[in-house]
Design a protein around this ligand. Structure first.
Ligand SMILES: [Zn+2]
Length: 141
């Protein structure tokens, strides 16, 4: 019998978690299934928790938050901090930066080759620059 789309996505999620060295718990699997759709996505813990609730996935906001951080630590997601109270998680971990539409809380990708950052000072002694995150704040005109 052919697999449903949900089953196919759960299988893909399990493979992705295994590859990242994460144990495929039910909650991780369900959240990975929602997150990794094949399209680049920017989510917050709140938006993913709401999406989960709509999809009938029973997970608390705290679990969603912890799971997003575990996925980030495993290299599956990139965290984009826009201010002290707001963090987004990006399924695109490749080289790119972001426009942030502050009034709408929306991130828009800037391809890595379309932006260059110059004048970054040398890292303090004993440290090396890991990466530079650029968030360009934009507003509707
Ligand atoms: Zn992005």
């Amino acid at each position: 019998m052919a697999k449903t789309e949900r089953e196919t996505r759960l299988d893909a999620a399990a493979a992705r978690l295994k590859e990242a060295g994460l144990r495929p718990t039910r909650q991780r699997l369900e959240l990975a299934r929602l997150l990794f759709t094949g399209m680049d996505r920017h989510v917050t813990a709140e938006s993913l928790a709401e999406e989960g609730a709509r999809a009938g996935v029973k997970v608390s906001l705290a679990t969603v938050y912890n799971t997003l951080h575990q996925f980030q630590a495993a290299g599956l997601l990139r965290q984009v901090v826009v201010d002290a109270s707001r963090s987004y998680f990006d399924t695109n971990v490749g080289d790119h930066q972001h426009f942030f539409v502050e009034s709408e809380g929306v991130l828009i990708d800037i391809p890595g080759e379309e932006i260059s950052v110059s004048g970054v000072p040398a890292a303090p002694p004993g440290l090396s620059i890991d990466r530079v995150d650029v968030v360009v704040r934009v507003k509707r005109v």
